[in-house]
Write a protein that binds this ligand. Sequence first.
Ligand code: ADP
Ligand code: MG
Length: 607
Amino acid sequence: MLIRQLPETLINQIAAGEGIERPSAAVKELVENSIDAGATKIQVTIQNGGKNAIIIEDNGMGMSAEDLELAVERHATSKLQDNDLTNIASLGFRGEALPSIGAVSRMSIKTHDRQSGNAFEIKIEGGAKSKVTPTSHPQGTTIEVRDLFYATPARLKFLKTDRSESMQVADVIERLAMAYPDISFTLIDEGSKKLSLHAQVANDLMDDETSPRLKRLGEVMGKSFMENAIEVSSLRDNVHLSGFIGVPTFNRGTATHQFLFVNGRPVKDKLLVGAVRGAYADFLARDRHPYLALFLDVPPEDLDVNVHPAKTEVRFRDPNAILGMIVGTLKRALEENGHKASTTVAQDTLATFMHNQNRSPVSFSGGHSYGYRPSSNQLFQDVQQQQAVLNTAMSMPSARFETSVEDHHDENNFPMGIARAQVHENYIVAQTSDGLVIVDQHAAHERLVYERMKKQLAETGIKQQGLLVPEIVNLESNQAALLLERKEELEQMGLTIDAFGEDAIVVRAVPALLGNKVNVQSLIIDLVDELITFEEIHSLKEKIEEVCSTMACHGSVRSGRRLNQEEMNTLLRQMEETPHSGQCNHGRPTYVKLHLSDIEKLFGRRE
Ligand code: ADP
Ligand code: MG
């Protein structure tokens, strides 16, 4: 007999190897259990990044003595009542977490059974279970996990530093917290409070219309996200997409602030990356990324969450429909909020103003306040800078003020206000009902030209240019067929292709906009890659739009051109009407708005 059944503890350790990779994975499973148990308050305490101790306390419904005994058995769960994997309503369903964690650590569970009012305790150490004994415990359950992976030393060796493990723990809690704003979450790390997320409830009495979800997102993603978020919501075929997306000017260099939740479950899905790229392609340089948190609610039967033990991946029955829905919804929302630039732009401006202002007394009084002891070098730089500021101020060509007395316009009707002056031949200063707007005329015009070109393209179609010598592109097997399936779609975008043997195609015409220097080979390879990953054609559209964007840049009013008041107002009105006019094609803002209250702050009239 060579084949034998493995002992239970070993099986559980193997399962732990997959599902419980590191302390944060144990925290995720345990917090999910607390959420499933209906807790409204969850506190996590860790030591050494969770390696030495993880303690989870919740105020959920608890367990009876019989349930507690079963809970630490493999494949025992209270959550798949009708044995239906196609209909999962809870975060857990595998019945694996507690036995897996118990097999690789020293674990104790104390729980107060809401039904009987009694409390019980069980311990497992490296898989060896104690009897269930009576104990005392307030409402809810406390699970202590000590010396995680002591029973599997190989895994222990692969853990990162305490600091890095503890960051992952915080990340896991934050992600779950984003999906459950009505639950309060606390993380205590080495005795100090790392996270403290208060339960957010809708408050109709207070004069506060911010949704609990947005407040929670603000707690996790930062207050500026709250101020720069656009709400999205759409419903199609029982799929509900909702959430908040950042305005394009509020962007950053990595995609780490993009969150997707499917049926209340934080998931990592490349679908989101593709969708976000597609939706923001028009407004952001390729290497900039927006902030966003999207929540998809899909009928359980259209979704498979049983993909991986960590449950962070899902499969959609119809991924293309979901992708299309996300791209469409985001694009529409961005269009509708097109002339909204981020508030941080105004804040940055304000900060710069304040900064210069704070410096001024230093140069005028000749001295400086006590406690401010700059090195001689720094002092030299400071003086130089102040001198420069002063010089520009003195030599500044006078702004042209053309305030006509009988102004027929009423700034109340125009979000971008009424032009009052042009300064330095590039900046339009306009007065709005509640502040002032400074427009970068070149950037703004560039956007307007670009949008016009895109509109023309959409109306008149894309002009083609035949290749003098048709180009043959060799592809891997199946790829040619993949492209040929989309022949008509490509034709509409100006690309004519035909079959050429089994594994090649011949390109006969390309979009004229791309010019005659286009590298046909790499264009086709890009297209194939995209069809394989996203089943969508972005790159051709993108290339065409890139060309439009460059042409727009060249065709725009250069900075340095004087505009009269009528021209300035025309530009402002066009900006109001044009989608996405809040940023130029590179994601830079086209205008900055200063609220009257901001201006008052500048002059110390307001705190
Ligand atoms: P699953 O969550 O997949 O059911 P687990 O091993 O994580 O599997 O948990 C087993 C069972 O233990 C759960 O189905 C649930 O009934 C019970 N349980 C676990 N944690 C808690 C808790 N904090 N409060 C109440 N019941 C719990
Ligand atoms: Mg569970």
